[in-house]
Design a protein around this ligand. Sequence first.
Ligand SMILES: Cc1cc2nc3c(=O)[nH]c(=O)nc-3n(C[C@H](O)[C@H](O)[C@H](O)COP(=O)(O)O)c2cc1C
Length: 229
Amino acid sequence: MDLASQIYKRKSCRKYLDDEIDMTPIHEFMSNVKPLISEICYSYKVLTKDEVSIKTMWSAPYYLAIYSEKKENYGLNVGFIFQQLSLYMQSLNIGSCWVGMGSVKKKNPEFVILISFGKSNDLKRDISGFKRKSLSKISDAEDEKLKAAQLAPSAINLQPWYFKHTEEGYDVFKVKHNIVKRKIVGKWNDIDIGIALAHLYVSNKDTFQFEFKNKSDIKGYAYIGSLKI
Ligand SMILES: Cc1cc2nc3c(=O)[nH]c(=O)nc-3n(C[C@H](O)[C@H](O)[C@H](O)COP(=O)(O)O)c2cc1C
């Protein structure tokens, strides 16, 4: 299964067909997915559009409701795990989109975020269709290996990540927002970073390692963790 190649053609899907989907491959994939932080319990449910309340102008036949223990860095873990699933679904011609602007009707304190999904005829693009910051804006090293992270999706396409090279790999940082922006997108930024790490993981499966070290912030960015790719 080549998930890495999906990174270069995927896009957020907002136009769905009503076709039914066999969920078996999805559940099978999830039983083998790699977490970033194995100590955090999480779960998911497949819901229909009647079971969610969404503020988007479009809707999908299915929604994945994601739940997690709210331990430190749970957002990173959620982004990391479920972006692998999103890439897998893309490989099955199932389109998906992270949906921050929505919730489950059946309230649950562990609810984190939704992902819409469904069959679609509009789920691919070529590389020129990506609107992303340049590598030099997201890193101090113009390393082609970072391209997978550069192309990662993020809430409102903010791309809140920065990669600073180290002897072993990279330290990853998250942009510090002012209080207004933090209120709007703050809770999604950890998920965004987890998504970018998932892209680096699927592209460097045998070498990827991630750990939290005790390092300082840099100007405008908060230290998140250190990786080898
Ligand atoms: C955490 C998160 C939340 C998002 N929330 C929404 C949303 O509520 N509505 C929407 O239309 N797109 C949403 N998106 C999709 C982003 O707008 C999209 O990923 C970004 O603009 C980049 O475009 P691309 O995914 O097509 O590459 C979200 C993405 C992420 C990662």
